[in-house]
Ligand binder design. Structure first.
Ligand SMILES: [Zn+2]
Length: 275
């Protein structure tokens, strides 16, 4: 399936160049356990996105001797009502550094866009920021949101759009889009209701290209990384109970981009959720 997809893209005049690594899904999971010195670049919108969606993957890559680079578009300064936005930015920047330190990740880039303002950033500028990072880091794998942004957050969708388009332009590495499965949505429906979280889209299990099911050590690191984002995660954990909270996003699922994703990302005027 992967081969066909890339071939289709490459037949387009403006399609991406053929990625250097063209693994099949079952080979992908294996690669992160090996000592191939994999370089992973994560591009996210707010401090804590990276922990929910890729903490176990980041830890796995670091543990195997690879490099992990994280880029976050905003400091999430709108994420707490009890402090001023400037104070929240300082707090969440520290929480992000602490969460990454748990995973032995030190390479952090902050784009510095306003929380909630990513859709207002010029599309070309957003793409160029990510493009420059991809050219500099030369990642084997890039992880980010899909167009649905997991929760439908407009910042998540904007970051997805920049990253998909940047990857298409550079044509380097494999792009993996964080996703949830239909089974997850059904299983966690009551959790989402309790937390007031919306997960508008999911995919069948068969569409998952990489599923990271954390081992015990990875689960512990992911738990600590999520807990480091205390200002954001503690209210959820207290509401659900810590054990249920840590079990919520335990598996990390990624899919490969489709031609529709590439089409959506290429045009600034189609901001918002992909249909
Ligand atoms: Zn977010």
């Amino acid at each position: 399936m992967l081969d066909n997809m890339y071939d289709r893209h490459n037949s387009r005049p403006d399609g991406p160049r053929r990625p250097k690594h063209r693994s099949r899904p079952h080979q992908l999971a294996d690669r992160f356990h090996t000592r191939e010195h994999t370089t992973l670049l994560g591009v996210w919108a707010h401090p804590d996105d990276e922990a929910y969606l890729s903490a176990a993957l980041m830890h796995r890559v670091r543990k195997a001797g690879g490099r992990v680079v994280v880029a976050t578009a905003t400091l999430g300064e709108a994420g707490l009502d009890s402090l001023s936005p400037d104070q929240v930015a300082v707090l969440r920047h520290q929480e992000l550094q602490d969460a990454l330190a748990v995973l032995d990740v030190r390479d952090l880039h902050i784009f510095g866009y306003p929380d909630g303002g990513c859709p207002d950033v010029d599309h070309g500028e957003g793409v160029e920021r990510v493009e420059a990072l991809i050219r500099d880091v030369r990642p084997d794998f890039i992880v980010t949101f899909g167009p649905d942004g997991i929760t439908g957050h407009p910042d998540h969708a904007a970051v997805s759009r920049w990253t998909i388009e940047a990857w298409r332009r550079v044509g380097h590495g494999e792009l993996l889009l964080a996703t949830t499965t239909d089974a997850f949505r059904i299983e966690k429906d009551s959790v989402h209701e309790q937390l007031g979280v919306s997960i508008p889209q999911s995919v069948p299990d068969g569409d998952v290209a990489l599923r990271v099911t954390p081992n015990l050590a990875e689960r512990a690191r992911k738990r600590d990384a999520l807990d480091a984002h205390h200002s954001q995660t503690a209210p959820f954990a207290e509401l659900l109970g810590y054990s249920a909270f840590h079990d919520w996003f335990v598996d990390e699922c990624f899919r490969t981009p489709t031609p529709d994703d590439l089409e959506w990302a290429a045009h600034a005027e189609t901001a918002g959720l992909a249909t």
